[in-house]
Design a protein. Structure first.
Length: 278
């Protein structure tokens, strides 16, 4: 059973991403660049998960990586070329051994041969830097507009202290789950079971749930794409407090089940907020 590591959200510019997340009451980490032309400004949460707003910061390096068949960049570029971009383009699961994860997926006919390995420097709020390295393995992808499911192995021995970045003014504490839309959920049952290394459970309302370690993947029928990430669910310590915060910021939200939803500005999708349950 997998656990969520992070969600990828493509933006045209990191400045716009930073401004939007800060208006929602999130602390945003300093910007960081990847060697293949993208950069991020992450939102780290106390449960160890994070949200990764992603933008192109070095077009020459990005184009070179795409020409070389860099799997992460190929998928990102395909998403950016869509006339209607999903707000959430990828879901990364935490991995302790990306090579083993790749082999398991290939055995289940749900994986890609390609790997991505890279290192980068992370700047901490106090100005210090730490060197990070990662290995990524990828599940197969079904269409250009389908989400990229991949596995992120942190290979560095340094354990950066991100605690100063996880106390958010809106009270956000973690990621509880992700909702996926599928025109025909039955078509993707085996695939999602392999991707999550879990069992797909049917619900009385016709939706499916895929249990994760510390969260869940909900699969609902609908949407314009064969398969797409519709929303991610963030827990907050006090939902009433968060609502007052957003009202003060002029942020529009809609009631959504046991929480509220805020539409994303970078494409089709939303972030749901629910109150953390003890």
């Amino acid at each position: 059973m997998r656990s969520i590591d992070h969600l990828v959200m493509p933006f045209d510019a990191l400045g716009a991403a930073r401004q939007w997340f800060m208006s929602l009451g999130f602390l945003v980490a300093p910007e960081a660049a990847h060697p293949f032309g993208t950069g991020n400004a992450c939102v780290f949460l106390a449960d160890g998960c994070y949200i990764e707003p992603l933008a192109i910061v070095d077009p020459a390096a990005y184009d070179a990586a795409k020409d070389e068949g860099h799997l992460f960049i190929e998928r990102d570029a395909a998403m950016r070329d869509l006339p209607e971009r999903p707000a959430i383009s990828g879901l990364a699961f935490r991995s302790s051994d990306a090579l083993a994860d790749r082999e398991q997926l290939l055995e289940e006919e749900a994986g890609e041969e390609g790997l991505v390995e890279f290192g980068r420097t992370m700047r901490l709020p106090d100005g210090r830097t730490v060197e990070l390295s990662f290995r990524l393995a990828f599940a197969a992808i079904h269409a250009a507009d389908a989400p990229s499911f991949f596995y992120c192995e942190a290979r560095h021995t340094a354990k950066p202290d991100r605690s100063a970045l996880t106390t958010h003014p809106n009270g956000a504490t973690g990621i509880a789950g992700v909702t996926v839309e599928a025109r025909d959920p039955q078509m993707f049952r085996d695939y999602l079971a392999s991707v999550a290394d879990s069992e797909v459970q049917g619900n009385d309302d016709g939706a499916d749930t895929v249990p994760l370690d510390g969260g869940r993947l909900d699969v609902v029928a609908g949407g314009p794409s064969p398969l797409a990430i519709d929303s991610l669910t963030v827990t907050v310590a006090d939902l009433a407090f968060a609502k007052k915060f957003w009202q003060g910021q002029g942020i529009a939200y809609s009631e959504a089940g046991d929480g509220v939803a805020i539409a994303c500005p970078n494409g089709r999708g939303a972030i749901r907020f629910i109150e953390e349950r003890s």
